[in-house]
Design a binder for this molecule. Structure first.
Ligand code: PBG
Length: 324
């Protein structure tokens, strides 16, 4: 047997290729900030910007033209407080963006996914309500659920096609599902970040979203990177509670988790190529150490091959352009 026979030409290689990437599999994250005509670069993420609502509509037009599957919206509110009120305000920054996008032709073509979390809206930067506990602090699970549920409902009201909780509180999917149903949004799907690991690779995102914790870290609610079995339990629970789709993150350092999830459950699975994965590649591109096109595709193919149906990536537009 000569395995090389089928590698002799690009035509043959294309014929036997097992895994493909299509623009429609890609979700493009946006960081929405107040103002008009704002387009502020994020230092640690070349090519990523904080943008105002009008610019977001422009981004949506380009993404839709390129056939990108959807947008994932994060917000940088005007002000922050202890509770993270900005997350669920009727006129919150993401809610404004959702309304504007929903009214645009491009926005109607894309899946508009809203990140549900409090960390971008709380003054302390944690993903929930912080209380003092035994001489330290704790992120208080159950009072946070109610706020997350309110956030998801306000996003659905503003036009979100999908809500995506990334907070990692226990019981949040059930709480959000119940609240959506009661508010008349029984048809709004939940994409849960079911297996989200406490990761160094979120560093650049925290600059982009201005959401770094002001004290402590997220290890009391995000998962320990060493635990695969625990990830499966998180996934089972989220699906039991009503998750329609699940997201794994980070992606490249956790491809085994994507594969295990794929073999375990039938729901659609996404992988999130997070900020640090993107910045790491961009840094190497800038130095001329890696070939951008090949490295981008190889990283994304690895996620699809591991079993992800769709990928959240800051490369979405660039890759979609190359696929045309
Ligand atoms: C909010 C949230 C984070 C990311 C997505 N949603 C940051 C965090 O958990 O600290 C990270 C995404 C990325 O790094 O690209 N909780």
């Amino acid at each position: 047997m000569r395995m090389r026979r089928l590698r002799r030409s690009e035509a043959l290689r294309a014929l036997v290729r097992e895994t493909a990437i299509e623009p429609g599999d890609l979700i493009y994250p946006l960081f929405i900030c107040p103002g008009e005509g704002v387009r502020r670069g994020v230092g640690s993420m070349p090519g990523v910007f904080n943008i105002s609502v009008d610019e977001a509509v422009r981004e949506a037009e380009e993404a839709a033209r390129l056939g990108v599957g959807g947008l994932l919206l994060f917000g940088l509110p005007e002000t922050k407080d202890e509770q993270g009120t900005g997350a669920w305000e009727e006129n919150g920054i993401v809610q404004q963006a959702l309304r504007a996008l929903k009214q645009s032709d491009a926005g109607k073509k894309l899946a508009l996914i809203a990140d549900v979390c409090l960390c971008e809206y709380t003054s302390h930067g944690h993903c929930g309500i912080v209380i003092e506990s035994q001489g330290g602090f704790e992120v208080d699970n159950d009072p946070t659920l109610e706020r997350l549920a309110r956030t998801a409902v306000s996003q659905a009201q503003a036009g979100a096609d999908v809500v995506a909780p990334s907070d990692m509180m226990d019981g949040r999917i059930a709480a959000i599902r119940r609240a959506l149903d009661e508010a008349g949004f029984a048809m709004t799907p939940i994409l849960s970040y079911a297996a989200k690991f406490a990761s160094a690779f979120y560093g650049p995102f925290r600059e982009a979203a201005d959401s770094a914790p002001q004290f402590g870290d997220r290890r009391s609610y995000q998962m320990d990177g060493a635990n695969l079995r625990e990830a499966m339990r998180e996934i089972d629970l989220d699906i039991e509670e009503g998750a329609d789709m699940i997201l794994m993150k980070p992606a490249m350092p956790y491809l085994d988790v994507v594969r295990a999830a794929r073999e375990r459950v039938g729901v659609p699975i996404g992988a999130y190529q997070v900020s640090g994965e993107y910045s790491m590649l961009q840094a190497a591109f800038e130095k001329g150490w890696l070939d951008p096109t090949r490295a981008m595709f190889e990283s994304l193919v690895s996620m699809r091959r591991a079993g992800a149906d769709f990928i959240v990536t800051y490369f979405a537009k660039e890759v979609a352009k190359l696929l045309r």
